[in-house]
Design a protein around this ligand. Structure first.
Ligand code: MN
Length: 440
């Protein structure tokens, strides 16, 4: 639903929110932060500042449904707000947009207390926005599935279930972490083809996976599947997700039960929940399936979802090596793709996940699967980009990479653009590889 909160002409009295920013007044993503020395609390990113919802409540800026929603979003996690659902998020969005609007009814009065309401984002510690009960990683990037499949099974790259089942596995919730930290190169069992038996040591083929993260809002009772027509009500918002992947460990351990320690070393997410409301202008029709592909089975097929269940989100992967950092170089863009490349919509993922009666909970997290395009420069991980490590990537300073080396920093960015609307961004998902623990 597009409303006055999306109007391109709306500007904020927070001047850094106008012009070139990921967080204009049309975005208003939700997160959890600690100001300098303070406790963790809920907030809204606006330009280079964060609106402190607790302080805004204390100042009496909320009433009615918006007040209830702000209370649910002002604590150490956003789970209560996620549980409250779309009406609560919409009430909060409308009022926060009013509060920050340069032409809002109370703008002059609110601006006088801005010092109490706003914090400089770069002086705050940003936390994971919600307690993640469950993390499910899908495999909906068909071009990734196809290329990765070609590397291991050239004769049969896509499994016969791929175009019927939104394939996924239950991954690890406890190792989901917020952007900005170090990811330690894991030790694990490696068995390269030339070795007869595995050994245990540092991962040699450490990779990233560029994925769209989905934050689940209201859950469902166990035994009560979510029909696809209602699925979007259960999706609160989105983030960027780096599903760090130890390819050599994965290749050896995954047969036959799938990824385990190759994935649970850490998963990073960008800190802000970009709500489904903020993304309303960027919904598009799901691209038609190629001729000859089967139609989705009935429980995954909904006309409204096919008409606007896809998101036009431009995605970017950048790499900064230690040598580039020392030379003061900017991160190098390794690839660009778009969330519209996904074969399955988010609503289809929700409907499929619950179709057996499995219960989702507020704060559950989905990964979309690696989002890759078909064009050169659009692969969402190094496995694809280097064809399984065979074709190294060249960087502008003459360095090359097959997989990540210690000290490499991986940065994901996302931007939504549409004529007539303000562009919005996701905030970065960043992580730096650090050396493996020495084996005793
Ligand atoms: Mn993944």
């Amino acid at each position: 639903m597009i409303d006055e909160t999306h109007a391109a002409g709306r500007a904020s009295w927070v001047t850094s929110a106008n012009g070139h920013t990921m967080f204009p007044i049309q975005n208003l993503p939700l997160g959890v932060f600690s100001p300098d020395g303070g406790s963790a609390r809920g907030g809204v990113a606006i330009g280079d500042r964060i609106l402190d919802l607790g302080s805004a409540l204390e100042a009496g800026l909320f009433s009615g449904a918006a007040r209830d929603a702000a209370e649910a979003a002002s604590g150490r996690t956003l789970n209560a707000l996620l549980e409250a659902g779309p009406a609560a998020r919409q009430a909060l969005r409308r009022r926060v947009s009013d509060i920050l609007d340069a032409k809002g009814a109370d703008a002059a009065k609110i601006e006088t207390i801005a010092g109490r309401l706003l914090h400089d984002a770069d002086r705050c510690v940003i936390h994971l926005p919600a307690r993640v009960g469950n993390f499910t990683d899908f495999f909906a990037g068909i071009h990734h599935a196809h290329t990765a499949g070609t590397i291991s099974r050239p004769e049969n790259p896509l499994m016969p279930n791929y175009k019927y089942v939104p394939v996924a596995y239950h991954s690890r919730a406890s190792s989901v972490r917020v952007s900005g930290g170090l990811v330690r190169r894991p030790n694990g069992q490696r068995k390269p083809p030339e070795q007869d038996a595995p050994d245990f040591g540092p991962c040699r083929n450490l990779d990233y996976e560029m994925e769209l993260g989905v934050w689940i809002g209201p859950g469902n009772e166990i035994g009560s599947p979510i029909p696809i027509a209602e699925a979007s009500r259960h999706v609160a918002g989105f983030c960027l997700l780096n599903d760090w992947s130890a390819r050599d460990i994965q290749a050896w351990e995954s047969q036959p039960l799938g990824p385990f320690l190759a994935k649970s070393l850490s998963t990073f997410v960008s800190p802000w929940i970009v709500t489904t409301e903020a993304l309303a202008p960027f919904r598009i029709a799901q691209p038609p399936r190629p001729a000859g592909d089967p139609a989705p089975l009935r429980h995954l097929n909904d006309a409204a979802d096919q008409a606007d269940g896809c998101f036009d989100i431009g995605l970017e992967v950048l790499l900064l090596t230690p040598k580039m950092r020392a030379a003061g170089a900017a991160p190098h863009v390794l690839s660009r793709s778009n969330a519209s490349m996904l074969y399955w919509t988010v609503a289809q993922m929700v409907a499929h996940h619950t179709s057996n009666g499995c219960n989702l909970q507020p704060g559950d997290l989905f990964g979309s699967g690696t989002v890759s395009g078909t064009a050169p420069g659009s692969a969402g991980c190094l496995l694809e980009m280097t064809r399984g490590g065979r074709n190294p990537v060249s960087l502008p300073n003459g360095e090359t990479r097959t997989y990540l080396l210690d000290g490499d920093e991986v940065v994901f960015r996302a931007t939504c653009r549409r004529d007539g609307y303000a562009s919005i961004g996701f905030g970065e998902c960043r992580g730096t590889v650090t050396e493996a623990l020495t084996l005793g």
